[in-house]
Design a protein around this ligand. Sequence first.
Ligand code: ISL
Ligand code: CA
Length: 554
Amino acid sequence: MNKKWWKEAVVYQIYPRSFNDSNQDGIGDLRGIIEKIDYLDQLGVDAIWLNPVYKSPNDDNGYDISDYKAIMDEFGTMEDLEELMQVLDEHNIKLIMDLVLNHSSDEHHWFQKSRQSKDNPYRDYYIWRDGKNGGPPNNWQSFFGGSAWKYDQQTEQYYLHLFSEKQPDLNWENQELRAKIYEIINWWLEKGVDGFRLDVINLISKDQDFPDGKKEGLRGHEYFANGPRVHEFIQEMAAKTYNKYQAMTVGETPFVDKDEALNFVKAERKEFSMIIPFEHLEFDSKEGWAQISDWKLKELKDLMSDWQFKLQENNGWTSLYFCNHDQPRIVSRYGDDGQYRRESAKMLGTMLHTLRGTPFIYQGEEIGMTNINFDSLADFDDIETRAKIREEQAKGNLSQAEILEIANYRTRDNARTPMPWNEEEYAGFSETKPWLKLNSNYPEINVEKELAASDSIFKYYQKLIALRKKYPVFAYGKYKLLLAEHPDIYAYQRLGSKNNLLVLLNFSSQAAVFDLRTELSVNQAELLLTNYQSENKFSLKGSLKPYEARVYLL
Ligand code: ISL
Ligand code: CA
């Protein structure tokens, strides 16, 4: 079954800006993380993934790097990072760094030189083209709205930026640039990091004819996502860097379906340990950002199952996640952030830890944090949300109140509000006003309260993590879908060499009945975990309470 440490691990994602502020400037930092290692240890996680902490002008909160070997001033120093690494090591927690290699900041010295003249040695590190008919070279769109090309007066050419204007795309066609990138990766590996999350790594190869995009969705994606040389570049990078170490790699890959995913994660291709899929979080945006689409559990079950089958049949692996710094809070989306907040948070946590893959917990998920409710469009910080708001205002179809409602639902700020540690002013995150508004419900939803609660979500997560450690079937068992047509219950088994698991999840706020008699023929099972009080009587036929989750060992 091809054992790997990262298949057995549970990863905890930290958004450093919003985790804990040690020097009271309102911004989370590395020393703030050091102060909270005991908390992570208590939860039981095996690794942390840090969002980018490199030097950056913060146009996109660190995803615009101006020096790959230096730490952002607001977050601390290289010594702080080294100390964090040491403390993590003492606690047996691994460190995954976030590498942004598709683009840099426009303030990186490579770009500063690149833009100076057409014939300087750094020119070709970025993607420069002449305009066409008085406009940009083609119709490609930026993820953050508008054209993906920016005209630069100095040399009268356009440069490509798939994200903000301050995030020019690096030109991977240039071999010298690739060598520089590999040197940076090796430098971090030598420093002792245990792996990388690679930002939008499937966008690094662009069709060199730069044709106009024709497909639906973000214009041009068929020419810049999963481009002609993407696997060649990744295999070269892997061979020259992380494959020489036992490093874990997780590629972030928008526009990748389950078939394309295999090309990145099939073990024998030696590209990535796993990728970050998107399809399971795109249900409620089928009609675009400005409209919340209805979704049905059946669709989610089918989709999760398709990925699970595809990967396990082809020796591939995946990350499991339902929230990160780019996504709204999962209880507010697939659960219930009102009456059944605790139940649904635990039910979703159960799914996260019992499917086949490596679970990623996003900070605050373990205490059931919910979406925000900003009361003014001016409160949003997220560059993506601000662009979408401008777009909608320009279109003029929605009122300000409607835009506010949709922005509150969709914004990446939902995940970025400071971590509430207690009910004091500024939630124990800082003693000064934080860089982004706290979620107004922090007096009720905070770590201190959660740890004290008898029905604590944190403690439930603790148990899930401990169970994964105890029973290898959690990591290695084969996935089998049950009750495929059930509209409210997601049921599946994990089949291991010693034991099997049976997982029952009710996604509805009503009781739901099930009958497994035609699909299973066991009459005894041990209840490992549930989010309700239970008398532990197993039956193939029964009923689940609202958002009830049960994990049985067979
Ligand atoms: O966040 C998104 C949807 O709300 C995506 O469109 C997102 O921009 C995309 O998944 C890429 O994300 C990554 O790269 C971006 C950065 O802004 C994100 O925070 C990062 O996760 C550019 O580096
Ligand atoms: Ca600080």
